[in-house]
Design a protein around this ligand. Structure first.
Ligand code: URA
Length: 281
């Protein structure tokens, strides 16, 4: 228990050191880390609440006026880097570019022969906010970029509504190659890509992940519930607060879900000190 706590504390300090080189970890950050011990959580199958609490906004010394999320303390520490990420020389990729080179060559699952492109992911390599979707669709496969089809257009609007730009965030998928006819990725296909997404997250070290839709939520969070139960609750991935919400494709099919999705995204905005103010009439 103590070992797990110290590992999380060390992860927290590393994160701070990366974001604010030369600054010591502030007392505020440590206090928020200690305090993040209660709050809303999703229920697991047995009805118990075992999820980490919502992140609490913490004022950053280095960027006055912005707030930063605390790291939920009950989330397990990061696993060792996934071995399947290693290059042919057996070396772990140390940058997103190195990782991209490895992923572009991937032939590990049956999606490789039918893809037009590998959709690695894109955005700010130091993004504070990361979105994880399911897998490329037709447009993404043709263009080699994530979320550029109709669902991507809605995601762009969601990002802007959150007062971020697409360039500020990072967007990735569970699988990097298009499943034929937009079917869900099979578990073996998602597992073949697991190390890639894990390493992407390790390298980017986002402060918050928004996971889009049931497939990505189940995969990343290792939960069996559907998105209707998971959405709106803070969960955790290796110490990083995760907010599951509806997939934009689902919202295009059923716009009545937009109100709930927006309330999920507003929870994320709060963590970054962003408040939605509707235009006055
Ligand atoms: N749906 C996804 O989950 N990802 C994309 O990149 C596009 C559509």
């Amino acid at each position: 228990m103590a070992e797990e706590f110290f590992q999380q504390l060390i992860d927290c300090m590393k994160r701070e050191a990366k974001r604010h080189p030369g600054h010591l970890v502030t007392e505020e950050t440590l206090r928020a880390f200690m305090a993040a011990g209660n709050g809303a959580s999703a229920r697991n199958e047995s009805g118990k609440t075992d999820a980490p609490p919502p992140p609490k906004p913490v004022r950053s010394e280095a960027v006055p006026g912005e707030s930063r999320p605390a790291i939920p303390p009950s989330v397990p520490p990061a696993p060792a880097p996934a071995p399947e990420c290693a290059s042919s020389a057996g070396k772990q990729p140390e940058t997103l570019e190195e990782l991209r080179e490895i992923v572009l060559q991937c032939q590990k699952c049956r999606l490789a022969p039918t893809r037009h492109s590998v959709v690695f992911g894109e955005g700010n390599p130091h993004a504070r906010l990361m979105f994880v979707g399911e897998g490329p669709g037709e447009q993404e496969d043709l263009q080699g970029r994530p979320f550029v089809g109709p669902a991507g257009q809605l995601l762009d609007r969601m990002i802007l509504a959150m007062q971020f730009t697409r360039e500020e965030v990072y967007i990735a998928n569970v699988v990097k190659c298009r499943p034929p006819h937009n079917r869900n990725p099979e578990p073996e296909e998602a597992d073949a890509c697991r190390g890639y997404l894990a390493r992407q997250i390790e390298l980017i070290q986002p402060e918050v992940i928004v996971v889009l839709g049931a497939v990505a939520a189940r995969f990343l969070l290792q939960r069996r519930e559907g998105i209707t139960r998971l959405r709106g609750h803070w969960l955790g991935y290796n110490g990083i607060p995760v907010m599951p919400t509806f997939h934009p494709s689902y919202l295009l099919r059923d716009p009545s879900g937009k109100r709930l999705a927006w309330s999920d995204l507003q929870q994320v905005m709060k963590v970054f000190g962003k408040v939605y103010r509707p235009a006055s009439r």
